[in-house]
Design a protein around this ligand. Structure first.
Ligand code: BGC
Length: 799
């Protein structure tokens, strides 16, 4: 142990106390041992430092810091150097604000497009997410502050995120859900990893030894500290045994007593606590090195410019008929869409940043276009407004060019709840269709952090997708529209034609307390490509104002599985620009089922007009391997592998094959869905790859426990129904005054609070429900009122 000397001097109580937060954002300090308190803050696309009241959903105020594009927009740059720069900028702001640990990045996979928090995640592909996440961590940590890689693991939905039990087969876990974490851990050494709220295979992530110790520490060599997501601690004693070091926020000493007793009764070896303390002391050393002198006065101005650059580099041009874009500076433009004036540039929830400045698309366009007019066209409330629509259509009728800004509003995507469908608001669809009837030069600018259906795409001439592009996103969009920046962003997730094309759409969130991942690793392009389901816009797609020519693919074997791949890319068009060159590996070994191709390399190359550069990729064993569940290891199947270089997964320009030695390919359970991908995977298919599968038995009266929520119990319990109504009133009081599920703040808070497992009720605010009251509700819902009252009386006596 590195800090043996200090640990030996500390009492058991002090050691236990150090392993649980002092306040919502701070860790304990012990000046007698020189142990400093750390300040942790959200992330990840800026800082959410709260100085007044604290909360984990971005409800109370936070100081102004630069709001960069959210994860999905930042990842669309496919530019690891730029993301490192973004991390560095955030790290410098953290040093300025005395923050020791920035809570990010989130590298969960976008399993299904309806996850409410997809805007906070990078991609549907683990290779890309891992590389982008690693670059962000390196950037932040280069300033002597720490990061927290989250949410480990399998937090892929918001509904019942605090209690859902994820069942996933070993190959999907290893090949799809874990690699982004693995890459970030191995390449960037985050100072902490944050465990997720949910259960994995029946065990909460906070207590999950397999995840936190066996895989994270032993297999991947993680030597940092593991912290909980806010309120994710399930059982502190199991947590210590699993390798969970820091509980955040503290549970007001509630678990400390239990832990001390467990040590005294011989149920928990003190060594586990010493180990956690040792890691936390190392964490303090690693995250208190920020040097304020490195922070210049101009930091915010500089970062605003950087935010603009990143947003522009992540803008994805999806359509550009007849080269409508870029517009000339002196063009006359009619701007339509309330979102052009009231920007939506980030998502609600714990990542909500108070920006230092804020520019709208309107501001951006006005920097360029001399003559412009603006019309709202629709209301941000989900209601039809014929007057607004009519006025916009009339303006469009007499305009040469229309810039039409549409997208998801706050109620359509948020932390705390999932989306109900993949459409944009109906009032906006109506507007697009009406404007398209009267104008043939329509440039649609999309805002929104997750995939949407675009049945109207054929009716407009150009589409630029900006996602949630941060405080300078409006300026960045205008930079692209007027050609100051040549678009080079590419999709990091597939855009299907309709939600029903997504394989998990029939069962995602249908049984939210048990998320059985029937589709295994077939998410995003892994499904669409392999099953040959046509999509609207494929993974990796994005247009440029220039053209790139690919040539001279060379493949050199450097070792058994070490392969060097090079190719030339030339800018043969009329503009300087940047291309994202993608390398896919497609195995044709005839062995075990696997996606038809997978991303294994990418590079963003800047090329002036006429310039040509060579790109180089280095592949290794993992680029070709599948996980063998029986051997508990990665294996290579012998056979032929195609190396494909392209501008998107569907636009492969060069291809060569190599032959690899390895294990004899084996096919097992060939009649299952995983080989044919025809139709939808069934329970019967899943049990062939997940042997311990059991159907979830819904909880009913008599079986509720501390993992049940008021929302669930209210279905059968009058007292919980009354409590639910009370919660609505209390939450409404601070959120617009009335019970209104179309108010995003109200909805987020109500869904989170009413669906909290009862065990977590006491954790979130000073006036939240005490544990004994939570226990009372569970007993009452089970029909044991008297037992419930006894809990209250007993616990009051013990106070
Ligand atoms: C979120 C985390 C966040 C934490 C602290 C949780 O609800 O899941 O991502 O870092 O709150 O705000």
């Amino acid at each position: 142990m590195k800090h043996k000397k200090i640990i030996e001097r500390m009492s058991l109580e002090e050691k236990i106390a150090l392993c649980s937060g002092k306040s919502f954002w701070e860790t304990q300090e012990f000046s007698q041992y020189g142990i400093k308190s750390l300040f942790l803050s959200d992330g990840p696309h800026g800082l959410r430092k709260q100085v007044g009241e604290s909360d984990h959903l971005g409800l109370n105020a936070s100081i102004a810091t630069t709001c960069f594009p959210t994860a999905s927009a930042a990842a669309a740059t496919w530019d690891v150097d730029l993301i490192r720069e973004m991390g560095d900028a955030i790290g410098k702001e953290a040093v300025k604000e005395d923050i020791n640990i920035v809570l990010g990045p989130g590298v969960n996979m976008k399993r299904n497009p309806l996850c409410g928090r997809n805007f906070e995640y990078f991609s549907e592909d683990p290779f890309l997410s891992g590389k982008i996440g690693a670059a962000w961590i390196q950037g932040v940590q280069s300033n002597g502050v720490g990061t927290s890689l989250k949410h480990f693991a399998l937090n892929n939905q918001e509904l019942k995120r605090m209690s859902t039990n994820v069942l996933v087969d070993e190959r999907a876990l290893r090949e799809y859900y874990l690699p982004a974490f693995e890459t970030a851990v191995k390449e960037a050494k985050p100072t902490t990893v944050m465990c997720a709220y949910n259960k994995v295979e029946g065990t909460y992530c906070s207590d999950n030894k397999r995840l936190l110790s066996d895989i994270l520490r032993e297999e991947w060599g993680f030597d940092g500290a593991v912290i909980t997501d806010w309120g994710a601690m399930n059982n502190r004693i199991d947590g210590f045994k699993a390798g969970l070091d820091l509980e955040m926020p503290g549970s007001k000493g509630r678990f400390d007593k239990e832990v001390k007793k467990a040590v005294e009764d011989g149920l928990l070896d003190e060594r586990y606590i010493d180990q956690a303390v040792d890691r936390l002391l190392t964490l303090i050393e690693r995250t208190t090195k920020g040097n304020k002198e490195s922070v210049t006065k101009e930091l915010h101005d500089k970062n605003h410019k950087l935010a603009r650059r990143i947003a522009a580099a992540g803008g994805i041009l999806l359509k550009n008929d007849d080269k409508l874009l870029p517009l000339k500076d002196d063009s006359e433009v009619t701007i339509i869409g309330e979102l052009a004036k009231i920007p939506r540039y980030q998502g609600n929830g714990s990542s909500l940043v108070t920006p230092t400045k804020l520019s709208s698309l309107l501001d951006g366009i006005r920097e360029y276009a001399g003559k412009n007019r603006f019309f709202s066209g629709y209301s941000l409330k989900d209601v039809e407004d014929d007057a607004l629509l009519k006025e916009a259509v009339e303006a469009a009728r007499t305009s040469n060019t229309v810039v039409l800004c549409i997208g998801l509003t706050d109620i359509y995507e948020s932390e705390g709840f999932d989306r109900e469908h993949m459409r944009i608001p109906a009032n906006q669809i109506k507007l697009i269709e009406a404007v398209a009837e009267v104008n043939e030069n329509i440039i649609v600018i999309i805002v929104g952090g997750s995939a949407i259906e675009m049945p109207w795409a054929a009716k407009v001439q150009a589409i630029l997708h900006m996602q949630l592009s941060g405080q300078a996103g409006g300026l960045a969009a205008a930079d692209i529209v007027f050609g100051k920046v040549n678009p080079s962003g590419k999709l990091t997730e597939t855009y299907p034609f309709i939600y029903e094309d997504v394989v998990s759409s029939t069962y995602f969130n249908k049984n939210p307390k048990q998320g059985a991942y029937f589709e295994s690793m077939y998410c995003g392009y892994r499904y669409f490509e392999t099953a040959k389901v046509p999509v609207r816009y494929p993974f990796g797609f994005g247009l440029s104002y220039t053209e790139f020519k690919y040539s001279n693919l060379q493949v050199k074997k450097l070792g058994l599985y070490d392969v060097e791949v090079t190719a030339n890319v030339e800018n043969v068009g009329e503009f300087d620009g940047a291309e994202v060159v993608q390398l896919y590996v497609a195995a044709s070994t005839g062995g075990v089922y696997r996606p038809s191709k997978e991303l294994k390399g990418f590079a963003k190359v800047q090329l002036e007009k006429g310039e040509s550069k060579q790109v180089r990729f280095n592949l290794d064993k993992r680029s070709f391997a599948v996980y063998d569940q029986d051997k508990k290891d990665w294996i290579i199947e012998e056979g032929i592998y195609a190396l494909q270089i392209g501008a998107s997964i569907k636009d492969i320009r060069l291809e060569k094959h190599i032959e690899l030695e390895g294990e004899k390919p084996v096919r097992k359970n060939c009649s299952t869905w995983y080989y044919s991908l025809s139709g939808i995977p069934s329970r019967k298919d899943f049990v062939t790859i997940y042997h311990n599968y059991e159907d979830y038995v819904p909880q009913i009266k008599g079986t509720y426990d501390m993992t049940s929520s008021i929302k669930e119990m209210k279905e059968t319990s009058l007292i919980c129904k009354i409590m639910y109504k009370d919660m609505e009133k209390i939450i409404a009081k601070n959120n617009g005054g009335k019970v209104d599920y179309t108010n995003p703040g109200f909805r987020m808070l109500m869904d989170s609070a009413s669906d909290n497992p009862m065990k977590s009720m006491p954790l979130f605010s000073p006036d939240s429900m005490p544990l004994n009251v939570a226990e009372f509700f569970v007993e009452a819902a089970n029909g044991h009122m008297i037992k419930g009252f006894r809990k209250i009386i007993k616990s009051n006596k013990n106070k």
